[in-house]
Design a protein around this ligand. Structure first.
Ligand SMILES: CC(C)(COP(=O)(O)OP(=O)(O)OC[C@H]1O[C@@H](n2cnc3c(N)ncnc32)[C@H](O)[C@@H]1OP(=O)(O)O)[C@@H](O)C(=O)NCCC(=O)NCCSC(=O)C[C@H](O)C(=O)O
Ligand SMILES: [Mg+2]
Length: 283
């Protein structure tokens, strides 16, 4: 089941070390932000980035955007202090990199307080194979596909080689009602390529896509948001099904296609997603 309470069409990474980008994001129309302390921050900037980010999240206003902090791994020199700092800052979620099993999630789940949730980067072969167990771990809310790291570990090239991994994670996420967002599109000046990959991710079932540059936001929001035609069809399906029920029928027909209870559920969810987007954009 897809999550509609908060949309996650566009999920923008911001290096925790970049003051200007941290400021700029307060005005960008993104659904969520991943404040990154891991791969986007060089080793000699890690400690300063942690301090800058903690101070920023304590004082800045990111409005309705969900604030997710990606910490360094527990096996690095910075992971433990990152966790200690951001458990205290209490963002909407803490994103663990390269999650391979439930142990790191369970450790963090025992330490976070309040409403802070846990997200996991799914980006290693072991992690993907353990996706079902990781999704079921306590306080888990979302998966982020790490397609760059995964390609590195698989020794693969191109999207086609990712299909099984993407689908395994989607299955595991949906089985537990988690959010699941697709990996980044590295060529951030290639709008046509981004649009094609967004459409592919949307059709597979992802809630949205992770992004690396503000120029990628508009296309992503458009592709992962319901279109006017889809909303109009959803309303007609619901009306036709209500009429069929009133006439003692279990099935309606709209545009030559059957509409059953399950299609009405999908249509209702689409309308709820549109309402959630409207609410977010009006906030
Ligand atoms: C890719 C970039 C290095 C490009 O940076 P730059 O050359 O500075 O871009 P621009 O000059 O075009 O920037 C224009 C303005 O936009 C702001 N900006 C740029 N990027 C961001 C951002 N991500 N968030 C917010 N604002 C941003 C600039 O400050 C400029 O502002 P202004 O001064 O007002 O004009 C750069 O975009 C970048 O660093 N992107 C993020 C890279 C990143 O986070 N990488 C790590 C995540 S990807 C990953 O690890 C995936 C996963 O783990 C896997 O394995 O796949
Ligand atoms: Mg990665």
């Amino acid at each position: 089941m897809q999550n509609v309470a908060h949309p996650y069409r566009s999920v923008l990474y911001i290096p925790g070390s970049k003051t200007r980008a941290l400021e700029k994001a307060q005005g960008l129309p993104v659904d969520a932000i991943i404040f990154d302390l891991e791969d986007a921050v060089s080793p000699d900037e890690k400690v300063a980035a942690r301090e800058l980010l903690a101070e920023t999240l304590r004082t800045a206003d990111y409005g309705p955007r969900k604030c997710i902090v990606r910490v360094n791994g527990a096996d690095t020199a910075w992971g433990a202090d990152d966790l200690a700092t951001f458990i205290d800052v209490a963002p909407d979620a803490i994103l663990l990199p390269k999650v391979e099993d439930t142990a790191t999630v369970a450790d963090l789940a025992a330490r976070v307080t309040g409403d802070t949730k846990i997200w996991a980067m799914m980006e290693t072969p072991r992690g993907i194979l353990n996706a079902a167990a990781i999704a079921a771990a306590p306080k888990m809310e979302g998966f982020v596909m790490g397609t760059n790291d995964l390609a590195k570990d698989l020794g693969s090239r191109g999207r086609a080689a990712m299909t099984t991994s993407l689908q395994l994670c989607l299955l595991a996420a949906r089985a537990q009602g988690l959010v699941c967002v697709d990996g980044v599109y590295n060529a951030f000046k290639d709008d046509d390529g981004l649009q094609a990959e967004c459409m592919e991710g949307r059709d597979m079932g992802f809630d949205g896509k992770t992004l690396i540059h503000p120029a990628q936001v508009a296309i992503t929001n458009a592709v992962f948001g319901p279109s006017t035609e889809e909303l109009e069809l959803a309303r007609r399906q619901i009306d036709a099904y209500e009429q069929a029920k009133a006439d003692g029928q279990g099935v309606a027909v709209v545009d030559g296609k059957i509409v059953e209870n399950l299609h009405v559920e999908t249509a209702t969810r689409l309308l709820a997603k549109a309402d959630a987007i409207k609410l977010l954009e009006g906030a």
